[in-house]
Design a protein around this ligand. Sequence first.
Ligand code: TGC
Ligand code: FAD
Length: 395
Amino acid sequence: ASTFDYKDSLQLRNLLEDEEIAIASTAEEYSQKKLLPRVLAAYRDENFDKDILKEMGEAGLLGATITGYGCAGVSDVAMGLITRAVERVDSGYRSALSVQSSLSMGAIHEFGSEELKERFLPTMAKGTLTGCFGLTEPNHGSDPGSMETTARIDPNHEGVYLLSGSKTWITNSPIADVLVVWAKLDGKIRGFLIERARCPPGSLETPPIKNKTGLRASITGMIHMDNVPVPKEFMFPDVEGLRGPFACLNNARYGIAWGTMGALEDCIERAREYSLSRKQFKGNPLAKYQLIQKKLADAVTDATFGLLACVQAGRLKENGLLVPEMISMIKRQNCDRSLAHARHLQEIFGGNAVADEYHIGRHVANLFVAQTYEGQSDIHTLILGRAITGIQAFC
Ligand code: TGC
Ligand code: FAD
């Protein structure tokens, strides 16, 4: 008989293949056993343990949708279930996974030569080589088309480009071995791979950005380039313009739509448990009060709808039918709803919400970041508005 289970209100499980359920439970087990026990200390100390990428690699979670090159070749829905499981613990850990998988390995897989794929993907899949993705600059975030970073031909060495400029707010940049950097060559955006080990001293600096108010379990930094030499084989040969970085962002944004639902589910679970155990007024649990129940009902409804939208988007993606506006819709909706609900659910904890052991404040701070990066929600609003009206309102 069919029953209502608030953890899977519209039976999303029935839409999944057995293999996808198995992959999700591997990711859940890894996240709960290995990530959850370290997250409080990591967040307090603003520390990202690089071993996490190796562990994710061992569990087959990195670059998981790629076929070959040591990657698992799972479905897009399975990948979504992985990001949901990881972000249930912390958005920063999902960020590390997304940047390694969708943005760095994804860029190499989509646009790199066969040599670059063979050279980098297998070690990146193991998590022994760390990647990052440099698009945002100090003066250009929402508008990356105006970037100032340049590439020019090295007048003294044939077949070498020299990269100069600065990127900021780059996840994993301080620890990255391989940096995907987007720069203008003769005014056109091109993608380059910088190998840290090959850079002459002083040409590449990647200082961390410290004292963040969110995403503290993830490491974020800048990339300063002063004539960094890049051999021409390390430029993506066939992609020009914003289509290059956005093709990678399409996959990462899809993953964020799934991931934020995991964070929201964790907020729901913790708020529900707290509301059942905390008693106020004549010994009643908070869960007995209608205003508390409304907060839970609203959050469970949006988590359920958000996940169903993700499954549908995933199936469209698997069939080559997912277009950028659909991704903007689910990224915007799921980031906005998870942040709004996390803030409401936070109220259920009263003063205890301020203590980090209750985890809810961490999710709220993280979800603000998720709503901001990979296209702030208002930017996705304008992408949708353009598609609906045919009129662009960016400038
Ligand atoms: P626009 O005129 O719209 O497009 C320029 C060219 O790009 C193509 N394009 C896309 N291609 C594939 N997928 C997409 N989603 C695409 N969006 C655009 C487009 O077809 C066009 O191609 P072509 O060949 O005609 O030149 O460009 P615009 O300059 O008007 O862009 C406006 C806007 C707002 C849509 C865009 O710039 C935008 O999305 N801004 C947000 C920036 C952003 O998302 N940055 C992300 C940085 S990376 C990051 O945050 C990682 S965080 C990782 C983590 O820790 O998890
Ligand atoms: P701005 O572009 O200055 O925007 C500020 C505000 O103005 C936003 O609310 C925006 O929506 C609004 N706005 C801008 N233009 C318009 C307009 N035309 N109409 C209406 N409103 C507008 N980037 C990378 O390249 N790689 C990474 O790995 C990466 N990791 C990140 C990690 C963290 C922790 C953070 C915080 C950011 C990261 N980013 C990364 C950068 C992120 O993508 C940008 O912060 C984001 O794209 C917004 O750019 P911005 O901060 O310059 O804001």
